[in-house]
Design a protein around this ligand. Structure first.
Ligand SMILES: [Zn+2]
Length: 377
């Protein structure tokens, strides 16, 4: 077992207080958006025994990750765990499937595009399914709502919905995303003006349009945002974002677990690169309400997802010892209380890496722990 010191990412949208509070530190006046727990090459956790978790795993992958994991995912940790603390909305985005990522990465490599180029879409050849689990009330946009409901909202805001009614979401989305910049700005201005008198039944969506427009004036992503399900997760509830799901995290603190990838295709609400044709090629236009996940199981409650790369569970320790069965390499993060494992006391904000060779993990004390392992065992 290795205690971890994790990297804080100071993106501008980050909350100034949530991560310092979790870590028991004083806020330092700047944003602290994400805490990265894992072995990602761009920001690996440090291990207390010296060096990084990335180097530790690279030194003995078979022993620390287990045979099944190394066989399927290679000699590296297949997942990345984060605490995400959004003070402001993140960009509207989707992630590619494994096949799309492999093809896209190969294409951009062949074109000689630098991996750090701002217009690079595929920074690696991996997919990036992700799960976000709320630690506080957590607001997000996730997947397209039923088109009829979107027609009602957009009509209420005075927008022309002919294309959405006569064809489908894809045709409408493609149309607005491909309009000239000036026309997009005009459309957004019109919509935001109208949203000052909220459409009945869509008060939250109209308030969101105003909030987004204050941050990203005339950004066409605001129209995209109004086509999506607006969801507020309660602590313990989660969303699974599979390939092609258009989403944006808006506000709140959560634990996020994802495949080890950086592949993001953006659709607006960002000053960063937006590649509309590429985004359209990966988007899933399936309609319907967002599926809110709740964990199941006594002791260790698991969030069930189809992702082979990761598995997230939530463990409430209430006095008597809880034993977590061995599941290959794992990360534990304590978010409440204090728990003890292998004689080491871990308080709120503490985290550890446990290698595949260490067997079952006993936990005692009182607290709430998140556990990240690979999806395969
Ligand atoms: Zn995402």
């Amino acid at each position: 077992m290795e205690r971890l010191d994790n990297v804080i990412q100071r993106y501008a949208w980050g909350s100034h207080t949530a991560i310092p509070m979790l870590l028991g530190q004083a806020p330092d006046g700047g944003p602290q958006a994400e805490l990265w727990l894992g072995a990602h090459p761009s920001a690996p956790s440090k291990v207390r025994s010296g060096g990084t978790l990335e180097a530790l795993i690279a030194h003995s992958p078979e022993r620390l990750l287990g045979t099944a994991s190394t066989r399927q995912f290679g000699p590296r940790l297949p997942f990345l765990l984060k605490v995400l603390a959004a003070g402001q909305p993140l960009s509207l985005q989707a992630h590619p499937s494994l096949m799309q990522a492999k093809a896209g990465f190969a294409r951009e490599e062949a074109a000689g595009l630098s991996r750090s180029a701002p217009n690079r879409n595929y920074r690696d050849a991996n997919h990036k399914p992700e799960i976000i689990c709320a630690l506080t009330d957590f607001q997000a946009l996730c997947g397209f709502r039923a088109a009829e409901a979107s027609v009602q909202l957009l009509k209420g805001l005075g927008l022309d919905t002919t294309l959405l009614e006569s064809q489908d979401l894809r045709a409408y989305f493609q149309h607005v995303m491909s309009l000239p910049k000036e026309a997009q700005g005009g459309l957004v201005d019109q919509l935001v003006d109208a949203a000052r008198s909220p459409v009945k039944g869509f008060e939250g969506e109209c308030a969101l349009a105003l909030r987004l427009s204050a941050l990203y004036p005339r950004d066409i992503g605001i129209v995209g945002a109004l086509l999506l399900n607006l969801v507020t997760l309660k602590p313990g509830e989660a969303l699974y974002l599979d390939a092609g799901n258009l989403h944006a995290y808006l506000e709140g603190t959560g634990v996020e677990l994802m495949a080890n990838s950086d592949n993001v295709l953006r659709g607006g609400l960002t000053p960063k690169h937006v590649d509309v044709p590429e985004l359209l090629s990966v988007l899933d236009f399936a309609e319907g309400p967002a599926k809110v996940l709740r964990p199941s199981g006594e002791g260790e409650a698991v969030y069930s997802t189809p992702a082979p790369d990761f598995r997230l569970s939530r463990v409430e320790v209430k006095g008597p010892q809880v034993t977590l069965p061995a599941r290959g390499a794992q990360l534990l993060l304590v978010v409440e209380g204090e728990v003890t494992t292998q004689g080491v006391a871990l308080k709120r904000g503490d985290s550890v890496f446990i290698g595949a060779d260490e067997g079952d993990v006993p936990l005692s004390g009182r607290g709430l722990v998140f556990r990240a392992t690979a999806g395969i065992s």
